[in-house]
Write a protein that binds this ligand. Sequence first.
Ligand code: FAD
Ligand code: SIN
Length: 528
Amino acid sequence: MSEKFDFLVIGSGGAGLSYALRVAAFGSVAIITKKDKAESNTNYAQGGLASVLDENDRFEDHIEDTLIAGAGLCHPEVVDMVVRSGPDVVHELLDWGARFTSKDGKLDLGREGGHSKQRIVHAADRTGKEIESALLTAAEKHSNIRVFEHHFALELITEHHLGKKVTRYDTDTHCFGAYVFDTRSGRVEAIFSRATLIATGGVGQVYLHTTNPSIATGDGIAMAFRAKARVANMEFMQFHPTTLHIPEANSFLISEAVRGKGAILRGRDGSAFMAGYDDRAELAPRDIVARSIDNYLKKTGEECVYLDVTHIDNDTIINHFPHITETCRLYGIDITRDWIPVVPAAHYLCGGVITDMEARTFIHGLFCAGEVAFTGLHGANRLASNSLLEAIVFSKRAAEQSVSYIRDVRWNTEVPEWDDSGTVNSEEEILISHNKQELQQVMWNYVGIVRSDLRLERAFRRTRFLYEETEDYYHRTKVSVPLCELRNLIANAYMIIRSAMSRKESRGLHYTTDYPQTVESENHDTII
Ligand code: FAD
Ligand code: SIN
């Protein structure tokens, strides 16, 4: 079974939905998404979207803050373009129906770590949910857009499926769509497209503790890599400094905007320890705050640190952070009176599939936008609230390019049907979940906030073993989502570890005790 669309969008987060809305005037659009349509990292974003809108702010300041956080690896022309596109993006989101928090008739602008000015557009502390639901509502009203829930993209279709050998150095590889697994019917079908956007988000699930929901398994990066696209800067995994330290809370995020409102990080003894690590204290960029907490915990032997907002006016806290207030209350913490126990957790991948300024990959007809992409914006460390901005800016450029690309391109439907002959149904689901847990534990223990050669080598050996075992199982077994996700997670882990091993310095999010200094000659991207 197969279907044909002008545009295929893989993923229904901010990047995928905004792209779909823009291209829908030019042809038919299929959005495939592996779970319920709203389930995405976008839906959980709290703090907001950074944009220069205040009269006391300037594009130059946002550019400088982004470059400082990025520790020498940002691509300046990309930073310039993205920052200057910010106000248009905010207005576009408002036009699509997003309702952001305002005060005295103007957008209320918050502050987060690494930002020198108030510039975070937000919808209280559930900005992502507001954006996701506005975009979904608009997409569902559009007659050219069809959303396929519970459809899992397995592989991109390229010349490889026509029997041609494709290498990473070819310049004439094309994407013709994707093989997609309908998880309800159990069938794999080909969806053919003239242009394809990967908008599958990040890979937080490769770590034991993460703010990311379960969809974040790096499928798009792994799929693109297998199709021979190029990937970069995978060593730069961002750990968010403050997630709720209560096992049942699943690393629930305590937004950086809370520190932006004046929250203080304290040790159990009440000491405000951040000032001893950085002059910017609680508002230092995220890599510095996360590493400081990690160091403080190792030094003191304590399990967590505390975020204290008890000195801030109660109404301010409750009005700005109703979701955080309520979630903490469910776990018995009244944040107006109690300190919030927090620890860092994996949050955001700065690397990904290499795209140019127009969101094009090295494969013709294949575009990437959002967390899956490496655009050069974030460098070695993403500035808070720059990712929703990046996702919407690059989906616009991808849309413009896709519309012009399809003018000269027909469908290629010659590829064979998905071949699963010789495979059997999985009878060992438990092995898959054990291997996933093992991988997450290895990544957490050895490829976390602080790394070393010894730890990375150990992680590499363990991951290699998991890879061989899983590949063998994959080739004997009919596809299932847990198995495909595990395979993709292992591919991402491999790329993260190899990239980390190759960087012989510490920079931004990558810190290793063997090379604690930043080295000028290492001032380059890590391209796989
Ligand atoms: P996502 O929103 O993650 O969407 C990915 C989509 O792809 C999902 O629909 C998923 O189901 C689908 N998908 C994945 N794999 C497949 C597959 N194989 N087949 C089919 N579908 C697939 N950033 C900010 O700028 N500001 C913030 O305040 C902020 N807060 C955050 C808070 C939390 C808790 C988290 C987790 C992230 C936060 N971020 C924030 C980061 C930001 O939310 C994400 O980087 C951004 O939303 C990514 O958008 P996206 O469209 O690229 O991916
Ligand atoms: C947060 O609200 O702290 C998350 C912001 C981000 O990840 O950009």
